[in-house]
Design a protein around this ligand. Structure first.
Ligand code: GLP
Length: 246
């Protein structure tokens, strides 16, 4: 393939042009996952640019999730982002298995609580109705990818608080232990930055880009909410896909 050149007369900054050249090579598969990227010095010599420019191109490639750095060794091509289809009501476990990855879960906390305000309205709780709160870190092949906080209406699954949810699917438990089938869900996605807590748990830098979803899931009658879940996914590892029809 003909090597793309930088254009020094272009108003597009040089670091950006280099980054785009590398991105194109990654996306087209010329550079494969875990392959070493050219070093700052390689880029400097090849394109006749400054060290600073080369560094910025590589740093931006990392922050966009295309590359990762190994201390003292250089930058490498990141595995492609996980594509999450937003049109199906699937569980984390199903999503990972579909991709041939081993799902995992580690419980951060679980308790029966009373909730008020917005959450209570969304779940249409009656007074005194308890909610089972489950907070987990989710893994794919042992890599921490997301933190999920689920609020479940306990009256539909009494005793759920006694299950050990480490490496156990919540949806499967609802179905097999409580006979609960899910009908549909409403979900929103928004961008935010990793808090100190999220960064520590997911082993990323504080302030890293994150995709946060809020899902309200209903029983098969379509109108009775059962779970409200807030999930925050690593923005460098996730891409959300939606199909649009006309
Ligand atoms: C998805 C949803 C959550 C749900 C979870 C269940 O990630 N965003 O709302 O709680 O799946 O996953 P699992 O059955 O693997 O525990």
């Amino acid at each position: 393939m003909e090597e793309a050149e930088v254009n020094k007369d272009s108003p597009v900054p040089l670091y950006y042009q280099i980054k785009e050249i590398l991105k194109e090579k990654i996306e087209s598969g010329v550079l494969e996952p875990n392959e070493r990227l050219p070093s700052e010095r390689d880029l400097q010599n090849k394109h006749g640019i400054s060290r600073m420019t080369a560094r910025r191109a590589l740093t931006e490639l990392e922050s966009e999730g295309y590359a990762y750095r190994e201390q003292g060794k250089g930058s490498y091509v990141e595995e492609p982002k996980l594509r999450q289809a937003l049109s199906k009501l699937t569980s984390f476990t199903e999503d990972m298995r579909d991709r041939g990855l081993e799902p995992g879960a580690k419980v951060l906390s679980k308790e029966l609580i009373s909730v008020e305000d917005q959450l209570s309205d969304k779940l249409t709780l009656q007074s005194d109705e308890k909610v089972f709160l489950l907070r987990r870190v989710r893994f794919a092949n042992n890599e921490p990818l997301a933190i999920e906080t689920s609020y479940l209406r306990n009256k539909f699954c009494p005793g759920i608080e006694d299950f050990d949810f480490n490496d156990r699917s919540l949806y499967e438990t609802l179905r097999t232990k409580f006979g609960i089938n899910l009908g549909r869900a409403e979900q929103s996605v928004e961008a935010n930055l990793a808090s100190k807590f999220e960064a520590d748990v997911l082993n990323i830098e504080k302030g890293s880009p994150m995709l946060t979803t809020e899902r309200l899931t209903f029983l098969t009658d379509g109108g009775t909410p059962i779970e409200l879940a807030r999930s925050t996914y690593r923005g460098d590892r996730y891409k959300m896909m939606v199909e649009l029809r006309r």
